[in-house]
Design a protein around this ligand. Structure first.
Ligand SMILES: C[S@@+](CC[C@H](N)C(=O)[O-])C[C@H]1O[C@@H](n2cnc3c(N)ncnc32)[C@H](O)[C@@H]1O
Length: 227
């Protein structure tokens, strides 16, 4: 039986998922659900697709893997094809942060208590949304690729998110509270590249001035943790 390979960003997503019932929203090739079942990380998976081409592709992958009993492919927009309370967790990967946030906002009571999200651009919008929606950041990765790909595991929880304790909030929202704590080459390179890019355009009164300040603060956090 064919076991699909995943690129590095989806491998990072895979490692952050463990659930009885999981949904992969915007599943396309459905490689992630197939691997989740094969590795026993989830008991049952629902692959949701909006568009006909990827929907057919997902159905073919599941049939080829002979996993029709464990993976159900459903057509629809975001969480619309799942029932409230049906899921323990969901993943949304390989889309822009605006698209992911829109799907999460429309989900209402269909949204599960755990989410693994991989936006293709800045995760700032996702982190801002999580604070408003009552989800805490439980794990973060930054995967080198065509871009640096953020991967976040969020869990529904009450009160202030402890991930933001003792880190400057603007820098943590932009670069990731747990990524700043953990440090590492990928996040350092991202911050240093922002400082170079913003340094050539920033001027007092412009948004880029504040962004540059945020990047410098983030770099200072990384440096202070190396001492
Ligand atoms: C770029 S692909 C990413 C596929 C896979 N998740 C990955 O990370 O490799 C994005 C997929 O999301 C689907 N999609 C976009 N908006 C969606 C929505 N509102 N509901 C369900 N699927 C959606 C698209 O049809 C497309 O197949």
């Amino acid at each position: 039986m064919l076991t699909p390979t995943l690129d590095a960003r989806l491998e990072a997503v895979l490692e952050l998922i463990r659930a009885d019932v999981h949904a992969d929203i915007g599943s396309d090739h459905a490689r992630l659900p197939v691997r989740l079942i094969r590795e026993g990380r989830v008991g049952r998976c629902i692959a949701v697709e909006l568009n006909p081409g990827p929907l057919a592709q997902a159905r073919r992958s599941v049939a080829r893997a002979r996993l029709d009993a464990q993976i159900e492919v459903r057509e629809g927009d975001g969480f619309a094809p799942v029932a409230p309370g049906e899921l323990d967790s969901a993943s949304l990967c390989g889309m822009g942060a605006h698209t992911i946030r829109g799907i999460l906002e429309r989900a209402g009571e269909r949204r599960p208590p755990a989410l693994v999200l991989q936006p293709n651009d800045s995760a700032l919008l996702i982190r801002l949304w999580a604070r408003e929606a009552g989800y805490h950041v439980r794990a973060e990765r930054l995967i080198a690729g065509y871009w640096p790909y953020p991967v976040l595991r969020l869990e529904r929880a009450a009160g202030a998110d402890p991930a933001y304790e003792d880190v400057p909030v603007d820098a943590a929202l932009k670069y990731g509270p747990l990524l700043l704590r953990a440090g590492g080459e990928v996040v350092r390179r991202q911050i240093e590249a922002d400082i170079v890019r913003l340094g050539s355009v920033a001027a007092p009164g412009r948004a880029s001035w504040d962004e540059l300040e945020t990047a410098r603060t983030a770099l200072a956090v990384l440096d202070s943790r190396m001492k």
